[in-house]
Design a protein around this ligand. Sequence first.
Ligand SMILES: Nc1ncnc2c1ncn2[C@@H]1O[C@H](COP(=O)(O)OP(=O)(O)OP(=O)(O)O)[C@@H](O)[C@H]1O
Length: 235
Amino acid sequence: MTEIVLTGRGLRKSFGSTVALAGIDVTIQRGETVAVMGPSGSGKSTLLHCLAGILAPDAGEVTLLGERIDTMSQAQRSRLRRTRFGFLFQFGQLLPELPAIENVALPRMLDGMPKAKALAAADTWFPSLGLDGLQRRRPGELSGGQAQRVALARALVGGPVVVFADEPTGALDRATGDETMRTLVSATKGQRTSLVVVTHDPAVAAHCDRTIEVVDGLIATGTATASMPVKAGEW
Ligand SMILES: Nc1ncnc2c1ncn2[C@@H]1O[C@H](COP(=O)(O)OP(=O)(O)OP(=O)(O)O)[C@@H](O)[C@H]1O
């Protein structure tokens, strides 16, 4: 059974006279991995930010599990981002002064979980993401790929419905980027979390079930890349 978790309908967003989104419709199924590609400036990041409740669209609707999120208050959207979504970016997402495990535990603590429990929840991700033994290292003592997997653990620790990633392998070499994408896709699928990845890199998109192409603020095509298809019934 497929289950729609996130939809954007008729999304429009302008910055001054620049039209970033010109009326986009997107539907994301549970456990699905979707790449968002397109030329520079075509509206990919704006689309991601609108779907994730970071930006309010000028027109259109965003629905998570049947509930409108674009009409929520700033405070409600910020809570939603902490509890329902995970985020993975290219750079600078870990706090340099905190050990890896505390970086991973942070979103849970911000959400009110006692520190010991949050650290225990964070710790379970280290072996499964190939990070065992690195819990006490600070971000500056990790390789780029390891730091990105710590950031992934942090995105996943709250059991999000959707992980949003913007160029998650942009700062990594090809082999490390490939390994990071494999880990990202298998970890999200493992907990039936959907994944929306903005990327310029066809090798990243090839890890996803399908690709949405955004051109001039509109969806140009929707193609199944399906190098790692989701089995029917897995959603
Ligand atoms: N905060 C902002 N203020 C003004 N203009 C903006 C802002 N954010 C985006 N834009 C403009 O909106 C358009 C779409 O930007 P967006 O960042 O969504 O594109 P993109 O496809 O993600 O680009 P890239 O691949 O280069 O990251 C661009 O013309 C951009 O300059």
